[in-house]
Design a protein around this ligand. Structure first.
Ligand SMILES: [Zn+2]
Ligand SMILES: [Zn+2]
Length: 274
């Protein structure tokens, strides 16, 4: 069993065959998919997708690349939209110094607004951090002192230092297909040092398809490839890795109902898909 903790099912890449993409994910053993918001003015589409598929949940937030454009990200709006029963997280938000699309002061202000929303709603914050390790570690440390909140560093590709700071602050860390890339030895070494009970897996689909699909359009079913590599790194079976990361995801995104109902009503999602 697996959960794709981060995908973008609203992106146009999936529009022609979203049903088939979700069906392939279920066939690959996925119990849940969380489709992640990148702009508030697209939240209606995200919500509709989450309402269409029983096993798809969503988040609400503004990606750091869009922090300066589109609908303004206010605390009231985040809290209001997050009340939807299938909205289980706040984000994705954070800092992206690789693309640097939004002015940094705006990106930072919008990031802090999301943090406040996570604190006030109790929903986990989904953090995107790219080439911003020092600032990210400082902000998380400072904000956590002002009041605890739950959070996840998604698509982790940063340093061991940031990973350790995050773990010390109580955060979870999610690995994407990047973990499977040949050149990612250092990332696998970092994964090896982190506690398994804080790790999640994701696709970030349609981006970053894992080996052996690298370069193709990614989709939630492929999270199984990242899970295989993480299982090797952690020296556990693929089954164990799947059940531990699934339990970790359900513990973090605790607005999602537990899996017991599914298990009772006939093992996996074959039944649920009907
Ligand atoms: Zn991201
Ligand atoms: Zn994303």
């Amino acid at each position: 069993m697996l959960i794709d903790s981060h995908c973008h099912l609203d992106f146009p890449d999936f529009a022609p065959e979203r049903d088939a993409v979700v069906a392939r994910a279920r066939a690959a053993g996925l119990k849940r998919m969380i489709t992640i918001s990148t702009r508030l003015d697209r939240f209606d589409e995200i919500r509709t997708i989450a309402e269409t598929y029983e096993d798809v949940y969503c988040s609400v937030g503004t990606h750091p690349m869009h922090a300066h454009e589109g609908e303004e990200t206010t605390l009231a709006r985040l809290i209001d939209l997050s009340a939807h029963p299938k909205c289980v997280g706040i984000g994705e938000t954070g800092l992206d110094y690789h693309y640097d699309d939004a002015p940094r002061d705006i990106a930072l202000r919008v990031f802090r607004t999301h943090i406040t929303a996570a604190r006030e709603t109790g929903l986990p914050l989904i953090i995107h951090s790219r080439e911003a390790d020092t600032d990210m570690a400082a902000i998380l440390t400072e904000e956590m002192k002002q009041g605890a909140f739950k959070a996840l560093l998604h698509c982790f590709t940063s340093s061991l230092a940031l990973a350790e700071t995050a773990i010390d602050l109580g955060l979870s860390i999610s690995f994407s297909g990047v973990l499977t890339f040949k050149k990612s030895e250092e990332l696998r070494a970092i994964a090896d040092r982190l506690p398994l009970d804080r790790l999640l897996v994701e696709t970030d689909a349609p981006y970053l398809a894992p080996v052996p699909y690298r370069g193709k359009r990614n989709e939630p079913a492929y999270v199984a490839e990242t899970a295989k590599v993480l299982a090797e790194v952690k020296s556990v079976s693929v089954e164990e890795l799947g059940s531990v990361t699934t339990a970790n995801a359900l513990r973090l995104f605790d607005k999602m109902p537990p899996l017991d109902d599914i298990a009772r009503s006939g093992e996996n999602l074959a039944g649920q898909a009907a």
